[in-house]
Design a protein around this ligand. Sequence first.
Ligand code: NAG
Ligand code: NAG
Ligand code: NAG
Ligand code: NAG
Ligand code: NAG
Ligand code: NAG
Ligand code: NAG
Ligand code: NAG
Ligand code: NAG
Ligand code: NAG
Length: 624
Amino acid sequence: MGFVKRFGSVALLATCATMVSAQTTKNTDDSAPVNATGPYYGPWQVNATIDPKITPNGPLYTGNYVAPTTAKYDYAEVIHKSYLFYHSQRSGKLPYQRLAWRGDSCFKCTGSYGEDLSGGYYEAANTMKWGLPLGFIITQLAFNLWAFPDAYVAINEWNEGLEAVKWGTDYLINAHPQDYIFVGQLGTSAVGTTDVDFGYFGPPEEYEMWVPLGIMHTALYVTPQEPSSEITGESAAAMAAASVLFKDTNPAYAATLLNHSRVLYNFAKTYPGTYNNNTKFALAKEWYPSSQFQDEIAWAAAWLYIATNEKAYLNDSITYYNNQSTQDSWNEYSWDSKGAGLHVLLYHITKDPVYATNAKTYFTQWLPGIGSNQTIRQTPRGLGYYENWGSLSYAANAVFLMLRHAKDLGYTDSYAKTLVNFAIQQINYILGDCGRSWVVGFGENSPLRPYHKSSYNSYIDYPMRGQNQSLVGDDFLNSFTLNRFILYGALEGGPAMDDSYFDDRTNYVYTEVTQDYNAAFTGALAGLVDYYGSKNFQPFSDCGLDLGWGHKNASKPPTWPDDDCYHTCNKNCSTSKKASSMPTGVEASGPGATSTPTSAATSLTQGLTLLSVSMITIALSLLL
Ligand SMILES: *[C@@H]1O[C@H](CO)[C@@H](O)[C@H](O)[C@H]1NC(C)=O
Ligand SMILES: *[C@@H]1O[C@H](CO)[C@@H](O)[C@H](O)[C@H]1NC(C)=O
Ligand SMILES: *[C@@H]1O[C@H](CO)[C@@H](O)[C@H](O)[C@H]1NC(C)=O
Ligand SMILES: *[C@@H]1O[C@H](CO)[C@@H](O)[C@H](O)[C@H]1NC(C)=O
Ligand SMILES: *[C@@H]1O[C@H](CO)[C@@H](O)[C@H](O)[C@H]1NC(C)=O
Ligand SMILES: *[C@@H]1O[C@H](CO)[C@@H](O)[C@H](O)[C@H]1NC(C)=O
Ligand SMILES: *[C@@H]1O[C@H](CO)[C@@H](O)[C@H](O)[C@H]1NC(C)=O
Ligand SMILES: *[C@@H]1O[C@H](CO)[C@@H](O)[C@H](O)[C@H]1NC(C)=O
Ligand SMILES: *[C@@H]1O[C@H](CO)[C@@H](O)[C@H](O)[C@H]1NC(C)=O
Ligand SMILES: *[C@@H]1O[C@H](CO)[C@@H](O)[C@H](O)[C@H]1NC(C)=O
């Protein structure tokens, strides 16, 4: 369990051999990151005058944590910023620019069936779309809203949350051109020993111009001959969960999602198989190896039951749940493993105590205390530490489930109190209790150099534009230059086992960011808003945030309507009018228009800079 997969993501196949060996040696190493006087990788790192190692000064954990009775951090603010992070990851033609430093991208992203694959979310620092983690983050973003709807509505993040889900499900719909054909991967991470996507360190907006080997975003398909029940199952789960959210406000879209979900689910069941077994998906196996697929089938069936109330789906879910081929997913909740999520969901649906018992077995691994059977270590300052790669996300994933389960048990239940207490400890550690924040642009000492390419090299500020990508990569990895734009809301990988940390891009095991890190984290924050009482939180807005509009190369910011209190400093919105909205002049259209104006907007009226327009023209003329 665990130790074969260190892949919160994938950034590592860097351009030089030393990085590859760094990866091999780091894989099983939970020790502190290498320091600047030690054996650093990369030409600029051996510099004894710079030691970015940080040992946070938060109090040591004594083994007895008592959660504050009132919220210590503004969880509503973190949710708002977390959704901003999803904007930074958007691929395709943007209906409006939320961030001055991100624009349209994925210009050559049409699949073999003529389908438009430009939408959805990029993975981590890169521009890959890997089917399993992408499907999971969409399911989880929907799960969050489903789990704590009142909290999201009260802090005015509900519509933003729907928009984030829909940006994903619109892509999944397009990725499903025929019943038993589904896009399992978009993009090429490497060809032989040459990094393609991973070796590209510029902005997504200019990918087609500068990517190594000139290889465009190619689609790899899941088919009956080359099946992947984990990708089709997870995508079916995402669409079913999303259909529940859209059922009332956008029934046509919900119905479309449900149809795709049913077909994909049948695909997963009829052609059981894992992408690990397909040479076509060899790189997916390398970076995101799947441990099994039975859990994704059970997961899809559970969400389909919630969406349809059809008993056969519940029956299926339980059948597959009881037939998982390994115990892995009982110990983990992540992009790969859904077992723990199933304990909580099936308990919610059936109230059968067997699922509560199984949930308890999963939670027990994490919980400290007298007579505890905790197996997962805690750092000196109290973080539950599953593994060094993405430690914070494993803790956040676990506590999201704890909070949702606690809500089912009732917050006054004594076991629920234990779960909530631990959840608060973990989330507060992340937000500052250890002596620093691990969320970019939030709190004290938040990270300045996340391993994230477009906030460093943006299409509006890319000093090394046109240079060989191996040089651009060396600069990205090895320079201590801060990321030029604030990647608000991104949850970093986290600390070493001793709580220490290096705020630099070379230590990507710790400083990498991905959508899957943020996914359940966002929901856990909503769980805390729900627990403490949403009346104790104010909606947060973009007021005062630096979204890059002051940059001299930025285009004009969107103009928001008078009654917008989400993107502006306006405070005069009535509660019923708190929704996030489209900028003035941007037409909302497509299936989502009635509830959440978003992805299908046809006009891009908020400008790209003249510069980028001309560069895109150059790019296209180079390509065509
Ligand atoms: C840094 O690394 C060197 C060499 O491995 C080691 O001797 C030194 O103790 C380390 N310093 C810190 C502060 O960890
Ligand atoms: C080492 O750090 C110093 C101080 O910031 C800087 O002037 C120098 O250029 C650095 N050396 C290298 C090789 O990066
Ligand atoms: C969904 O599928 C049903 C049955 O095949 C069909 O009647 C219906 O039109 C479909 N709805 C949408 C929105 O695609
Ligand atoms: C995957 O391949 C292995 C080895 O060839 C085989 O034992 C296994 O049954 C296959 N699994 C699936 C689900 O196809
Ligand atoms: C439930 O599943 C069992 C076997 O797993 C099957 O025999 C039974 O017919 C199913 N019931 C329904 C209602 O689908
Ligand atoms: C249950 O698992 C066994 C062994 O992995 C497999 O042969 C069987 O087909 C599975 N049954 C279902 C319904 O998935
Ligand atoms: C730890 O496990 C033992 C043996 O199964 C059990 O008796 C005990 O209640 C468990 N402790 C907790 C806190 O769950
Ligand atoms: C944009 O701004 C940066 C810094 O202000 C500048 O160095 C750069 O040349 C400008 N132009 C482009 C095309 O990035
Ligand atoms: C870029 O640099 C690498 C490594 O130095 C070299 O192998 C490659 O040929 C260069 N590419 C171009 C287009 O110059
Ligand atoms: C709300 O206030 C802003 C300025 O603070 C103003 O421009 C806007 O017209 C007001 N909107 C409404 C609906 O009153």
